[in-house]
Design a protein around this ligand. Structure first.
Ligand SMILES: Cc1cc2nc3c(=O)[nH]c(=O)nc-3n(C[C@H](O)[C@H](O)[C@H](O)COP(=O)(O)O)c2cc1C
Length: 351
């Protein structure tokens, strides 16, 4: 066990949000783990135009203000998504708003897009030093915004040319009404305006990929609607999924009835099934990223076989500490070799 895992154990005795704040501060000042040695070649992969040393990504929410993305790539992630950032700074919901469900290997959060706003995010992001991995920006809308779609456009305009990709987050359950942007008409308006902005901002240059992050709580009809709209408007990918407002019956923790989004192990089955449904619905026309409940290389492999070109995680890292990153990469490489795959790409959607 590394000194960082020991520190992680100590942090897990602190209230969850205070522990997270301390972690980000330590990472910002260079006190994070450093992954040494190259990743197994079998893990090298691409998602669209992005070339990754490994497919294991850090999901949005860990580094909301782009203070520690570079440090998390040095810790071993192949790609790190910073944000969600909103145009204006926002304090988020009242505390407590982050709960560990230790017995369930899960978390419930109702943070509510607490973040320092686009201007600070941009300064921080520009300072990140990268060593091989990719760094993206996840953008959102302010709670009190009069034009939520306009907020996403502001995000694109402010950060254009900085991140390796943009994720449009319309699936947080903690900003009232945000998930309504997943409805058919609202989604068409959103994607139409985003693609217009993309064309205007790009000029003759290539645009970074645009991913749309969706909720696990959508209906069957919405799977088709979102899949069709994504293909029609030329989105590059879908990130499946954000946290869930559903509560499986077998949760044990005393915090299980807290309001907010559930993440971690209990989300794995639902988010992976949804990923597979999207893979079928979109017939491989659009790339998919699998997120939700990954705790092992086997879980990452499960998402890849269900159709994910790459994966992301957050909760298991918060509960288990940073040695999890190497463990997942080692296990995934072993499974890929054992099943005769020479690359991650070969295994995508091969169920
Ligand atoms: C404390 C916390 C904060 C989060 N904040 C965001 C966020 O700001 N934007 C976002 O797109 N997803 C956010 N998420 C969702 C994660 O990115 C991820 O989609 C979800 O937790 C499922 O993955 P996991 O089970 O590996 O954690 C957050 C999750 C947690 C636990």
């Amino acid at each position: 066990m590394s000194v960082f895992d020991l520190a992680g154990r100590a942090l897990r005795h602190m209230p969850a949000e205070a522990a997270h704040k301390l972690t980000i501060r330590a990472l910002k000042y260079g006190l994070g783990p450093v992954h040494t040695g190259a990743d197994d070649q079998v893990l090298r992969t691409t998602i669209g135009a992005l070339s990754l040393p490994n497919p294991i990504g850090l999901a949005a929410g860990f580094d909301k203000n782009a203070e520690a993305g570079g440090a998390m790539i040095r810790a071993g992630f192949g790609w790190v998504e910073c944000g969600t950032v909103t145009p204006l700074p926002q304090v988020g919901n009242a505390r407590p708003r982050l709960f560990r469900l230790v017995e369930d290997e899960a978390v419930i959060n109702r943070m509510g897009f607490n973040n320092a706003g686009l201007a600070q995010f941009k300064r921080n992001f520009a300072r990140q030093k990268l060593t091989g991995g990719m760094l993206g920006a996840n953008i959102g809308a302010n709670k009190d915004s009069k034009d939520r779609i306009g907020d996403y456009i502001l995000g694109l305009e402010a950060l254009w040319c900085l991140p390796d990709w943009f994720t449009i987050n319309i699936s947080s359950p903690n900003t009232p009404g945000l998930r309504e942007l997943q409805g058919r008409d609202a989604l068409q308006e959103l994607l139409g305006r985003l693609m217009e902005a993309r064309l205007r901002l790009t000029g003759k240059l290539a645009s970074p990929p645009f991913f749309l992050k969706i909720s696990p709580d959508i209906t069957e009809t919405q799977i088709d609607e979102i899949g069709n709209a994504a293909c029609h408007y030329g989105l590059d990918g879908l990130i499946i999924s954000n946290t869930s407002i559903a509560r499986p019956d077998d949760l044990k923790s005393r915090h299980r009835h807290e309001t907010g989004g559930l993440s971690g192990k209990p989300l794995f089955t639902r988010s992976t099934a949804l990923l597979q449904q999207f893979h079928q619905a979109t017939e491989g026309k659009i790339l998919l990223v699998g997120v939700g409940g990954i705790t092992s290389g086997k879980d990452a492999y499960g998402k890849i076989r269900a159709g994910a070109s790459a994966v992301q995680l957050y909760t298991a890292l918060a509960l288990q500490g940073p040695s999890l990153i190497s463990k997942i990469k080692r296990e995934l490489a072993q499974i890929l070799h054992a099943n005769g795959f020479t690359s991650v790409t070969d295994a995508v959607g091969r169920h």
